[in-house]
Design a protein around this ligand. Structure first.
Ligand SMILES: Nc1ncnc2c1ncn2[C@@H]1O[C@H](COP(=O)(O)OP(=O)(O)OP(=O)(O)O)[C@@H](O)[C@H]1O
Ligand SMILES: [Mg+2]
Length: 308
């Protein structure tokens, strides 16, 4: 704002973000992330970092990621009771993106889907910024429950069957394969392995149909220039990529977290994407804050040096 031609400072960027964030939120929603998509300086859009540029009016397009205040507080209280001090909260989809996406994917457009136990978190990146976030109420445990109901076995056994023999593309399973089920009861029996896939396949189609509809209503279905990255434990079920590709009509890959130095090798697996991403995110924000503080100190130093 303002009509004077001047150099844009960090404070003005902050003020522009503050103006943009002051939208009315429904009761009990609070802001989890304020994610600038682009800055607009005197009608020139697409600016990532306006600091040091010259103009009269600065505006910003923000993506606000919100959550239920009560739910966020419960998670923090739970962590505190476990003896952990919470310094920050982060949306799982953004954390996972941090550890599995390349800079090119964020720039050209990508959807990361973190398929967890009970939910799937989405984050779409386009031109280097977050364009969309969402949570789908469907995760890996729904696949397990379907097997438990369809095969009349316990959820523990269904989970083991899913991990050992699960596939969500019926035609990928050799038609003569058989597996033993009911082994934790007194009447084990053989069923076709394809029968497991027949139970799992509709669930996978449901998940990616829901994902496609969510991206479409968020206006970002056409923004997936490089495709879709599946991560989280649920992405390890064989056949998920095929369904993602056929329903979204873009290339898909499974994203494992980039290994950190001295990280145990077994952590480089999709179910650890969000946790590793949280570490990377916290590290990056702390470095940025430290740089900003240094910048302030240098500025004060130069003011005092100038006054002597
Ligand atoms: N090899 C595998 N094949 C198929 N599914 C798997 C495999 N390994 C883990 N899963 C499934 O992944 C899910 C757990 O994923 P993950 O550990 O990412 O969840 P979470 O982050 O703890 O849960 P949430 O994000 O919902 O809080 C479970 O449903 C589990 O059955
Ligand atoms: Mg998760």
């Amino acid at each position: 704002m303002g009509s004077r031609m001047r150099e844009i400072t960090r404070e003005e960027v902050r003020a522009a973000v503050d103006r943009a964030r002051s939208v009315a939120l429904p009761a009990d929603r609070e802001i989890l992330h304020l994610l600038p998509q682009e800055f607009i300086l005197d009608d020139t859009g697409g600016i990532h970092d306006p600091i040091g540029m010259v103009g009269t009016r600065l505006e910003v397009n923000l993506h606000l990621s919100t959550c239920s205040g009560g739910a966020a507080q419960s998670v923090v209280t739970c962590a505190n009771r476990a003896g952990l001090e919470v310094t920050d909260t982060i949306f799982e989809g953004i954390a996972a993106a941090e550890s599995v996406l390349s800079a090119d994917e964020r720039e050209l457009g990508v959807c990361v889907a973190d398929i967890g136990a009970s939910t799937t978190e989405l984050a779409v990146f386009f031109e280097g910024a977050v364009a969309h976030t969402a949570v789908l109420p469907l995760g890996g445990d729904h696949f397990t429950n379907d097997l438990a109901v369809g095969l009349h076995v316990s959820t523990e056994e269904a989970e083991q069957l899913k991990l050992n023999y699960g596939n969500c593309v019926v035609t990928s399973v050799p038609s003569l394969n058989e597996v033993e089920v009911g082994s934790d009861g007194d009447a084990p029996r053989l069923v076709r392995q394809r029968f497991l896939a027949e139970i799992l396949e509709p669930r996978a189609r449901e998940l990616f149909t829901m994902l496609r509809d969510n991206l479409r209503s968020g206006g970002v279905l056409e923004a997936l220039g490089t495709g879709c990255v599946l991560t989280g434990g649920g992405s390890k079920l064989p056949g998920m990529l095929e369904h993602a590709e056929s329903l979204l009509r873009v290339p898909a890959r499974v994203g494992s977290p980039v290994p950190l130095s001295r990280m145990p090798g077994e952590l480089a697996s999709p179910e650890f994407a969000a946790v590793i991403g949280m570490l990377l995110y916290t590290h990056r924000t702390q470095v940025r804050r430290a740089n900003e503080e240094m910048g302030l100190k240098d500025k004060l130093k130069s003011i005092f040096a100038g006054s002597i």
